[in-house]
Design a protein around this ligand. Structure first.
Ligand code: ATP
Ligand code: MG
Length: 476
């Protein structure tokens, strides 16, 4: 790593310092820049082999600077870090030929490994013009969505097959469309076909078309979706519901790049990008013999897993605002009180974003001119029989159910900064009531308690001390 020079540009002094220290320790030469002008100076002096830069700086946005930098140093790897964690940031960074996009806050070890990798690869730059695509319809900046955006951004210039999985209503179709619209095939068609919505015996002819008279009812020749999507993208929705014979045919098309229509004899060449989606576990389907394993490997080239809404509750306020502004007519003055939004965050949303969207539409229709209070929201939940506030109508049969329900009340990001780590925190929460319960039941008798618990007495003692449980002092 000798003689590799890195510029770190960020208006936040603390970040500059942290990065400088870590990079120096890793053996790099480092210069820092506190704004875009300083960064530009360093670049002009031809100082750098690699740039790590923040996006928003006081004098200029790094995204405006990157094309200029690339002009004088086309192959320089640029690592963009940003606290504006939207899909657009990730896409823009990618389009501008940045080597990697890192959402803030970031892990320093990860950053160093990205630096090392980028130096190795010295990626060719892609000097595309940036389109203005600011009003993109994907809402949510939670960590789990950023992981999705990062994968998406990397896919923008590729034709790889993607398999999107996620519960119903998590946005699988929206993501599929976005991959098409931001990809190289955006000027060709996006054709969607839902395997669950079409009678099973018609799926093959829908997909591949049929010749006149190929089967009873085939009165005319029909062009299939594969042919319609030629040059573009074919979205195979609910692929887990595809009949096994159609799977065999699909596999053959993917392998050979050509197909026969039902009853046809002339092979038709295809040039189709496949995006598939399912809310079923294909692994399960394979076990059940309902899905071909070889087809699974063919389509699962790039997996994208969409998180359920309950695991990214921090996105709820932004989604609510988005659905309000997209469903409201301009004259109306509808808002939801802060407490009302908080209440929405306490619900688990088993129907995910679709359920939230429908809920907002309903409330807007019923209370178009109002500031909607928490009471109103609560009332709407009870009318819908949704049984809000976690678990009211859930069947909690086992300890596992309780734990899962408990965990699902938090967005996964919330665990990120817990100092003990999630596993330890959960263990503590579990141990304390168990020990307390048994000690209470045995009148504080540690010998008895340790027998019931199946714990060695010393271990029990240690745990009591660790957990600050007082029984030992009182009864021992
Ligand atoms: N990140 C998002 N931002 C804004 N709207 C979203 C987002 N994700 C999903 N939606 C909206 O939520 C609704 C459901 O999304 P979509 O139809 O893509 O879900 P799905 O995963 O395909 O569901 P299903 O499995 O039931 O088909 C759509 O109206 C979509 O526009
Ligand atoms: Mg769908």
């Amino acid at each position: 790593m000798k003689n590799i020079k890195i510029i770190v540009a960020d208006d936040d002094k603390a970040i500059r310092l942290v990065l400088q220290t870590a990079l120096k320790r890793a053996g790099f030469e480092v210069t820092t820049a506190e704004n875009a002008a300083a960064l530009w100076n360093c670049v002009q002096e031809n100082f750098a082999d690699l740039i790590i830069t923040d996006v928003v700086m006081p004098d200029e946005n790094a995204f405006d600077l990157i094309p200029k930098i690339k002009k004088i140093n086309p192959n320089i790897p640029i690592i963009v870090m940003s606290a504006q964690n939207t899909l657009m940031t990730a896409i823009k960074a990618n389009e501008l030929g940045a080597f990697e996009y890192i959402p803030k806050p970031f892990d320093i070890t990860e950053l160093i490994s990205i630096v090392n990798r980028s130096i190795k690869e010295k990626k060719e730059s892609i000097n595309n013009d940036i389109d203005q695509k600011e009003d993109f319809p994907l809402i949510g900046r939670s960590k789990s969505m950023q992981d999705v955006y990062r994968i998406m951004a990397r896919l923008m210039n590729s034709d790889l097959t993607v398999l999107i999985t996620g519960e119903s209503g998590t946005g699988k179709e929206l993501i599929a469309k976005a991959l098409h619209e931001f990809g190289t095939r955006k000027n060709s068609t996006f054709v969607a076909m839902n395997m669950a919505a079409i009678p099973q015996d018609l799926i093959e002819s829908e997909l591949f078309g049929h010749e006149k008279g190929a089967f009873t009812g085939a009165i005319d020749k029909k062009i299939g979706k594969f042919e319609l999507a030629n040059g573009g993208t074919l979205f195979l929705d609910e692929i887990g519901d595809m009949p096994i014979e159609a799977q065999t045919r699909l596999l053959r098309v993917l392998q050979e790049g050509e197909f026969l229509s039902v009853g046809g004899t002339n092979p038709i060449m295809t040039n189709v990008r496949i995006i598939a989606a399912t809310n079923k576990s294909l692994a399960e389907q394979i076990k059940l013999g309902a899905f071909r394993e070889d087809l699974f490997y063919r389509i699962n080239v790039i997996p994208i897993k969409l998180p359920p809404l309950r695991q990214r509750k921090d996105d709820i306020p932004a989604l609510v605002n988005h659905f309000i502004s997209s469903n409201l007519n301009q004259t109306s003055s509808f808002t939801i009180e802060k407490e009302g939004i908080e209440y929405l965050k306490s619900y688990d949303w088993p129907g995910n974003i679709r359920e939230l969207e429908n809920f907002i539409k309903r409330v807007i229709t019923l209370y178009p001119e109002e500031v909607v209070s928490q009471e109103v929201i609560k009332n709407e939940f009870s009318i819908l029989g949704t049984g809000n506030l976690i678990n009211e109508n859930k069947n909690l049969k086992s300890l596992e159910d309780y734990i899962v329900t408990y965990l699902s009340r938090f967005s996964i990001d919330q665990f990120d900064d817990s100092d003990k780590g999630l596993y330890q925190s959960v263990l503590l929460e579990f141990e304390k009531p168990v020990l307390n319960y048994v000690l209470k039941a045995t009148g504080g008798n540690q010998i008895k308690a340790s027998k019931i618990l199946g714990l060695n007495r010393n271990t029990l003692r240690k745990k009591l001390r660790l957990l600050n449980i007082e029984y030992s002092k009182i009864y021992d």
